[in-house]
Design a protein around this ligand. Sequence first.
Ligand code: C5P
Length: 253
Amino acid sequence: MTDDSLPAPCTAVRTAAVIPAAGRGVRLGPGAPKALRTLGGVPMLVHAVRALAASRAVRLVVVVAPPDGTTEVKALLAAHTLGERTDFEVVPGGDTRQESVALGLAAVPEGHDIVLVHDAARPLVPVETVDAVIEAVRGGAPAVVPALPLADTVKEVEPGPAGEPEPVVATLERSRLRAVQTPQGFDRATLVRAHETVAVDSEGATDDAGMVERLGVPVVLVPGHEEAFKVTRPLDLVLAEAVLARRRATDVR
Ligand code: C5P
């Protein structure tokens, strides 16, 4: 066996995380931008940053802030303990999630071969899920997505005006469907190529792995976690507070 046949040591592969946090979160109701809403007294964004920095592999976290809010976000991160192993950077975002991710990706210096993209709106993702995604990329998968089976049956419709009855087009086979979460993990070169070459409509892509699929590059799923849910609507805030309260009650440290 030659040295070339040995796997590269894990420490040689640096991982960076990009956290798009520039959305207004209108579905959550009026108030501060979603990422700055608090859970257990701590801004959602700070929870999300800590969740990624909790992984020993993550060396850098790039937060993509609302364009008019970078100073506020920098001050917010400076005011909270984040994680000593990890460097942090804040850059201004764009009009769509896709633009915000591209701007965050551009701020990741060379030498980080794995890039995670994680929604600030998923503040409670467990570190085990983050590590499982990184491990799968290290194992050779160019794009890795945590995902869960669906509880609800999903129907495709011909969308109509809000509140009006909508005609059903098809009923999808639930056992073949998965709900995808973040962090999504990528071989950096693959993600850069996707953002450079895949054209998307004016709304932008809501899922980075979907852009990689359009390159014809395989995407694989690993098990997600129920606590990695996205805080989108007011009821999600109630659930997030309950998860935090349970963690505090069972935290033996
Ligand atoms: O709106 P949605 O819940 O899909 O947003 C997902 C993530 O993308 C959120 O963390 C949000 O802050 C971020 N986003 C962004 N820039 C935008 C729109 C959304 O960073 N222009």
